[in-house]
Ligand binder design. Structure first.
Ligand code: ZN
Length: 270
């Protein structure tokens, strides 16, 4: 009887310990699962961390801009890296930690092969990514920027890359609230005539008429100014407007240079 009781005690003890261990395991798995977050986003920037890790900055619909670390992603057997190549739209899972988090799983949802295989299109796309990286704040959800990037990435696959780029930059400036005033002189408030020569005044947020201009270095050609005025009035229908397309293709480089100059100016406010 004594021996039977001692056996029963050992079995009970063992059963209780196993049960406790199992409960602890379930608790750990549950906590980890609860803390894991899912999101969909575009990779804006990659940064090497040490020999094997890579930092990925994503722009997501849910969280805006977030920075995540992918551990051991540069090791030859890593499956993550291939899923995270721009311009892919990626579904991913991460565990938040500190200001960022650890990327655990990633799966490319859409690869946009027409952009990936075209050097000029890819360059334009990467430029959009660095614009969004420079002009958005971390963990601030922004539906407008999200839709802008998503719709224009789709458009970049199908349409002329230069026209798409111009429409994107204009819409991006508009979304940020930094579009220059182009219907009237920012100095004397007089409405502009069509095909007029103006100069830009970034500090005043627009253009200055020929009567008010004093610095010749800021002159903007009337064709360039006409493009900007068209963009500000009917940006939605311009991708099929033959006159607009011809004007942009003729003045593309100077328009991009003008915007680069302006973006450099507004970067001071970030
Ligand atoms: Zn004026």
């Amino acid at each position: 009887m004594m021996i039977f009781q001692s056996y029963l005690g050992v079995i009970l003890n063992y059963a209780i310990r196993s049960l406790l261990f199992f409960a602890l395991l379930c608790y750990n798995i549950l906590i980890k699962t609860i803390l894991m977050l899912r999101a969909t986003g575009f990779v804006l920037k990659k940064t090497n961390i040490g020999d094997f890790d890579v930092g990925y900055c994503f722009f997501t619909k849910k969280y805006g801009k977030i920075n995540l670390t992918a551990r051991s992603v540069k090791k030859p057997l890593s499956k993550l890296a291939g899923q995270l190549e721009p311009p892919s739209l990626v579904n991913f899972i991460f565990s938040p930690a500190g200001n960022g988090g650890i990327l655990t799983t990633a799966l490319a949802k859409k690869s946009f092969l027409k952009i990936r295989r075209d050097f000029d299109k890819l360059n334009i796309y990467l430029n959009w990514c660095s614009l969004i990286y420079d002009f958005t704040f971390e963990k601030q959800k922004d539906d407008k920027i999200w839709h802008l990037l998503k719709s224009h990435t789709q458009m970049l696959c199908q349409k002329n890359p230069l026209i798409t780029n111009v429409l994107f930059v204009n819409a991006f400036l508009n979304t940020l609230g930094f579009n220059l005033i182009s219907d009237r002189c920012v100095n004397c408030q007089k409405l502009f005539a069509t095909k007029t020569l103006v100069s830009h005044d970034f500090a005043k947020g627009g253009f200055v008429c020929s009567e008010c201009l004093n610095k010749k270095s800021n002159l903007v050609s009337w064709e360039l100014f006409e493009i900007i005025q068209m963009l500000h009035t009917n940006a939605k229908d311009l991708s099929n407007d033959k006159y607009f397309i011809a004007l942009v293709l003729k003045n593309y480089s100077s328009l991009i240079m003008f915007w680069q100059c302006y973006l450099k100016y507004i970067k001071n406010f970030y």
